[in-house]
Design a protein around this ligand. Structure first.
Ligand code: PLP
Length: 431
């Protein structure tokens, strides 16, 4: 399969190049030249298939031409070392829980798959992954790459500006993961990473790559769990196509769901749930895409003012706003409504939402029409937002053991300034 750039000014790339480079030369996002449709038989059988079997079939369709089946299936099995279960919480509403991975957020699936694909494509010289993080991305990437041979990860994070739980999730790992505590803000971290990528001298010395969410190897595997969710509903006797509602920031997760539908997965329609960062919602109203600075909300992993995967959605629907609207509707859930929704859902159903899942639940519950059945994604475990959640609910929230284990580890990080020379010298000395 070849991959083209959404900006249309770069040569097509092989899977290997698309994964190793991340972004095309013209700064566009890579799109597969075609989206394979799975055969009718697959959909007849899917209710009987396991999560792993479904995922292998989806992976074969996308990556099977480029990676031998044995290797690809091993990568899928290793990625899915945890379940993504679906539960009914109301008459017409199911939750798809995506927080059972190592860092308790859905990014684990994409990060684990991408880590393994990158290792598969790396030759003898080790690949160095640089990732700047304001919190969640760093932990998912660091844990996804933990112990993967041939890959070293440097997580750059702003000193004193990530939550203690988040910090533990990438500073206590050791092995091939190094945390760099930058005396600056998130933008300084991002600038250091960008400078390193533009430094030809440095790149001649060490192979560098990025692991941000625009990588095809990070967003595409997220389609696995949508197949699994629909299969589980069928097994429970629900045969109609559900509405799928995805709490969205950079829109990688929703994009994977849209790809699943293009592959033939029966989905009635989609709802994109936003917090107060409403660029996509506003786009649906008037067809104008107007990026703007992000604002801080309770669902902070969705605080995105210029969602990078918008380019993929735009491309997928032929750059036609009506076509986008025909598949996806939008919703904006502000902080007050997030708080109210967490309380209301807990008292009505006993289900404890996190602030991101609360956006999804609210948008689905308000948007579901008569007779429709809907699934929303719960993208993180509520305990990841312990202080806020306890403040909102006045409940004592159970901290899962694997989250508590991170908090017991010893913090190891390298303090660095925000000047590029110091960062570069550190990288060179680490070779
Ligand atoms: C990253 C993230 C999101 C947003 O996902 P996108 O793919 O960027 O739209 C939602 N919830 C949580 C908990 C996240 O970490």
């Amino acid at each position: 399969m070849m991959y083209y750039s959404t900006n249309g000014k770069a040569p097509e790339a092989t899977l290997r190049k698309a994964v190793v480079n991340g972004l095309a030369e013209d700064r566009g996002l890579y799109m597969p030249r075609r989206i394979p449709r799975l055969p009718a038989r697959f959909f007849e059988d899917m209710a009987q298939m396991s999560f792993q079997e479904l995922s292998c079939a989806v992976a074969d369709a996308f990556f099977g031409e480029d990676i031998p089946a044995d290797d690809l299936h091993r990568i899928v099995q290793e990625t899915l070392s945890f379940d993504c279960p679906t539960y009914q919480i109301e008459e017409n509403i199911w939750v798809l829980e995506l927080f059972h991975g190592p860092t308790l957020a859905f990014k684990d699936v994409g990060a684990r798959f991408m880590a393994r694909l990158l290792a598969y494509f790396s030759d003898n010289s080790p690949v160095n992954v640089l990732v700047a993080t304001s919190g969640d991305t760093g932990s998912a990437v660091a844990n996804g790459f933990l112990g993967v041979e041939g890959v070293r990860v440097f997580v750059l994070y702003p000193k004193g500006k990530v939550s203690p739980i988040q910090e533990c999730q990438f500073t206590t790992l050791g092995q091939n993961i190094t945390a760099l505590e930058i005396d600056g803000c998130f933008d300084d971290c991002q600038a250091l990473v960008k400078n390193a990528f533009m430094d030809a001298d440095l790149r001649a010395k060490m192979k560098l790559t990025s692991a941000n969410s625009i990588n095809v190897a990070r967003f595409l595997p997220q389609s696995f769990y949508y197949f699994n969710a629909v299969a589980r509903l069928r097994r429970a006797g629900i045969s109609e196509a559900p509405v799928i509602c995805v709490p969205s920031g950079n829109f990688g997760n929703l994009c994977a769901a849209l790809f699943a539908a293009e592959m033939g997965l029966p989905v009635k329609r989609f709802i994109a749930a936003n917090n107060s960062n409403r660029v996509f919602y506003d786009f649906l109203q008037d067809g104008q895409y107007r990026p703007r600075p992000s604002i801080q909300t309770l669902a902070n992993a969705m605080d995105v003012g210029d969602p990078s995967n918008f380019a993929r959605i735009w491309e997928l629907y032929g750059r036609d706003a009506d076509a986008v609207r025909a598949h996806i509707s939008g919703a904006v859930v502000d902080d007050k409504t997030i708080e109210r929704t967490i309380l209301e859902c807990y008292s009505d159903t006993g289900y404890l939402l996190d602030p991101h899942g609360a956006c999804g639940y609210r948008a689905l519950k308000d948007g579901l029409r008569d007779g429709e059945k809907g699934i929303f994604c719960e993208t993180a475990h509520p305990a990841k937002f312990l202080e806020k959640m306890e403040e909102i609910t006045a409940l004592e929230i159970d901290v899962p053991q694997r989250l508590a284990a991170f908090m017991k580890g010893t913090k190891q990080s390298v303090p660095l300034g925000k000047d590029y020379e110091g960062f570069r010298d550190y990288l060179v000395s680490s070779i």
